[in-house]
Write a protein that binds this ligand. Structure first.
Ligand code: IMP
Ligand code: MG
Length: 334
């Protein structure tokens, strides 16, 4: 902090939501601001036994003193947003930029019916690709055109820059993952925008010199939903045996899985100019890690795995996820 950008280092679903939920509470962030595509992302976190999922709000929704902002580059589904605001009672601390694009029913229908999107790319069907295509054509509605959102409209770039001028802690929450980037991922099996750290900053309206830290979040293994290549993909049977079988939080689709990929990790660090790393779900690889908060209490093999990543990448793994609860974290910052 003060300006920390979190991004996914693989194909999304690295556990960014839990990391952001932890950081916001732990560091008393004054702002969490979401960049990325829109409600195609689902960020999940668990607090005191209850699991929450956000598709529009930043994952800091459980941090009562944190303002929840959505940057201009993000697409908003008004219904999803309003449901989440109600769920978290976040009416008085949610602000969206007037220039956020609006997803309408017609975008969702196109996303679900166009064969290329549905069958080849395997999109989430949430309307984001067609909406961004309309935005490029400059026919998309913006948040400032929607009366029921008027309460929440703010100049988000201005708020974030002002908070940074005042030395407040700001978390910029990226969504999706590096290899889903429209520019840097495996086209056409990608999402409809760049989602690397630079793109996320552009979404929010901060320039590159405002960023203090880029936290690249990896999971202890790799998963991907939808089409496209996945190196060293393991079978469904094998994924089940290893406990790596997961289901998409937005679509419920089964995620494909492969072991941690060091080459992808190194390239992601370069594409995002990562300064520190998080590795989530270490407890899935090493069950004795579950709930551990102290590095020295991790099993030796698990420590070796983390140190291996540090040795190969030259960056410190500052945060390690050891379970679904927000505070199931080894925090090695300081
Ligand atoms: P779209 O973003 O819905 O257009 O989908 C394009 C590709 O990105 C598909 O393979 C989706 O499964 C994937 N995708 C988009 N958002 C996420 C996410 O938040 N997590 C994981 N995969 C995603
Ligand atoms: Mg997700």
């Amino acid at each position: 902090m003060p300006c920390l950008v979190t991004v996914g280092g693989f194909y999304g679903d690295e556990g960014k939501g839990k990391i952001v939920a932890y950081l916001a509470r732990k560091d008393n962030a004054s702002i969490a601001v979401r960049g990325g595509v829109g409600p195609n992302a689902g960020h999940t976190f668990t607090f005191e036994g209850k699991t929450y999922k956000v598709r529009m709000l930043p994952s800091a929704a459980l941090s009562p003193s944190t303002r929840l902002l959505i940057g201009a580059g993000v697409l908003v589904n008004p219904q999803v947003l309003q449901d989440e605001i109600a769920m978290f009672g976040a009416d008085d601390r949610t602000y969206i930029d007037g220039q956020c694009g609006i997803i309408e029913q017609s975008h969702i229908e196109r996303d679900k019916s166009e064969d290329h999107l549905k069958s080849t790319v395997g999109t989430t069907g949430t309307g984001t690709g067609p909406a961004n295509s309309d935005r490029a054509l400059r026919v998309l509605k913006l948040a400032k055109d929607i009366p029921e959102l008027s309460l929440y409209i703010e100049d988000v770039s201005n708020s974030v820059n002002y908070a940074l001028d005042s030395k407040e802690n700001v978390i910029v929450e990226g969504t999706q993952g590096t290899y889903l980037s429209l520019f840097h991922g495996g086209y056409p099996y990608v999402t409809s925008k760049d989602v690397t750290a630079s793109g996320i900053c552009a979404d929010v309206g901060i320039g590159p010199k405002r960023v203090d830290d880029v936290l690249v979040v990896f999971k202890a293994y790799v998963t991907r939903v939808g089409g496209g290549p996945l190196n060293n993909e393991i079978s469904e049977e094998e994924a089940k045996t290893r406990g790596w079988l997961e289901y998409g939080s937005v679509t419920g689709r089964q995620r494909r899985a492969s072991p941690f990929d060091m080459d992808l990790a190194k390239r992601a660090i370069r594409l995002n100019s990562g300064t520190q790393l998080a590795v989530t779900k270490l407890d899935v690889l090493y069950p004795q890690s579950a709930g551990v908060q102290d590095f020295s209490k991790l099993p030796a093999e698990a420590r070796k795995f983390i140190e291996g990543i540090e040795g190969e990448t030259g960056l410190r793994v500052t945060l390690i996820g050891t379970g679904p609860e927000i505070y199931d974290v080894v925090d090695r910052r300081s």
